[in-house]
Design a protein around this ligand. Structure first.
Ligand SMILES: Cc1ncc(COP(=O)(O)O)c(C=O)c1O
Length: 396
């Protein structure tokens, strides 16, 4: 099915069921919510088609019909330079960029390259669940530093974290913008993290996969724009969240420090990692003027979904969504309902029939929260809001 190359229609309901799609085809098995009448608001991908330039790139490959090895990822690196310069005010050197099979893979290679078994890797929780999974699977220790929660918003808590460090920590992973919680860290907060990394001699891995998905008017600061951090900085970036091409499994690790870069390169070589040609073609096509235009339309659409969702659930007594500054992942606190976690989930999954990511999977601090993905047509967000209001109607 071809779509209009110029005007994305984010309102179009596209049935993803039966396409081997994690978000819709696994909701029954994982949450017991049927895709027949349930709403999938968990996995972090969008129910929208990517920009037409991405679709054309795939169609060109399919029309050619030969799927051999890619010659090089140089065109993608050129496109990354153009994109980062235009959108985020920094231009990586092509030689500093590695292409990985996505950023969970990149996290695994970082853990391998920069730590030894038993070493500590610091996370600021609640945070994206795959970090802890990868660190533990590699036989390293997860050091959970809980974010401070103040007036319904997360803040760093450096004094408390300083007291937790033992000297066995080697790496910290910062999620910037933050998933879940949707914070876009201020420059001063990022300076604080850079200082924390220096104080404890940690390699600073900055996962900026959500950097393009800021709400209109909100500006993300890339960690590379800070002074005095380059000698310990590992940047993780990707096109996959921005353009909804996560199945392409492609991401980038950008390292300007030569020593860190050669350690990372050695692990990439040892694991035999080289890019997937579909991912390269899709990502390269996306980082273009057409991609920019599509992204601006998307951000404005997501902002509309955000307003609808946040106003709707905030109307339920005791339920508090965290104001979203970036991402399409609403982090909602149910502690004010006075209900147990089980009761809250019984209402969300059993009554409202909505599959969400459980707050507990994001580590310390996530216990009373649930995460809702609002990157879906607005009519579906409206339906989810009215089902939630009905499921908690006795609180009105
Ligand atoms: C912070 C963060 N990093 C990485 C990923 C996943 O990256 P990939 O699909 O490239 O493995 C996600 C997905 O939600 C994420 O939120």
């Amino acid at each position: 099915m071809r779509h209009d190359p110029t005007t994305p229609d984010f309102d179009e309901i596209i049935d993803r069921r039966g396409t081997n799609c994690s978000k819709w085809d696994q909701m029954q098995a994982v949450y017991g919510v049927s895709p027949d009448d349930g709403i999938a608001m968990w996995v972090a991908d969008m129910d929208f088609r990517p920009p037409a330039c991405v679709q054309r790139a795939v169609e060109e490959m399919a029309a050619h019909g030969i799927y051999g090895y890619a010659a090089s990822d140089a065109a993608q690196k050129e496109a990354i330079g153009w994109w980062m310069d235009r959108r985020h005010g920094w231009r990586p050197e092509p030689g500093d960029i590695f292409t990985t099979h996505g950023l969970v893979n990149a996290t695994g290679v970082c853990v391998d390259a920069f730590t030894d078994p038993g070493d500590g890797v610091v996370l600021f929780t609640p945070v994206y669940h795959a970090f802890a999974r990868v660190i533990r699977a590699a036989g390293r220790q997860v050091v959970e530093c809980p974010l401070a929660l103040q007036d319904g918003r997360y803040l760093p808590d450096f004094d408390a974290w300083d007291a937790m460090m033992t000297g066995r920590e080697k790496v910290m992973i910062l999620c910037s913008p933050q998933n879940p919680g949707g914070r876009v860290w201020s420059r001063a907060e990022l300076e604080g993290w850079a200082e924390f990394a220096r104080r404890h001699d940690l390699i600073l891995v900055s996962d900026e996969i959500h950097c393009d998905l800021t709400m209109p008017g909100v500006t993300h600061t890339a960690m590379t724009r800070l002074d005095g951090v380059a000698d310990r900085l590992v940047m993780l970036t990707a096109t996959t969240k921005t353009f909804n091409i996560a199945g392409a499994h492609i991401g980038n690790v950008i390292i300007s420090d030569p020593t860190l870069r050669s350690r990372f390169a050695a692990r990439m070589g040892a694991l035999g990692l080289s890019p997937n040609s579909f991912g390269l073609a899709m990502a390269t096509a996306a980082m273009s003027p057409e991609g920019v235009e599509w992204l601006e339309a998307l951000r404005s659409y997501l902002d509309g979904n955000r307003r609808l969702f946040e106003e709707g659930v905030a109307a339920i007594p005791g339920v508090r969504p965290m104001p979203l500054e970036a991402t399409y992942l609403e982090w909602v606190d149910f502690s004010g309902t006075g209900m147990t976690r089980e009761e809250v989930l019984a209402r969300i999954e059993g009554e409202a029939k909505i599959a969400v990511n459980h707050g507990t999977s994001f580590g310390l601090g996530g216990e009373s929260f649930q995460r809702f993905n609002i990157a879906t047509p607005r009519a579906r967000v409206a339906e989810a809001v009215s089902r939630l209001q009905a499921a908690f109607a006795d609180l009105q």
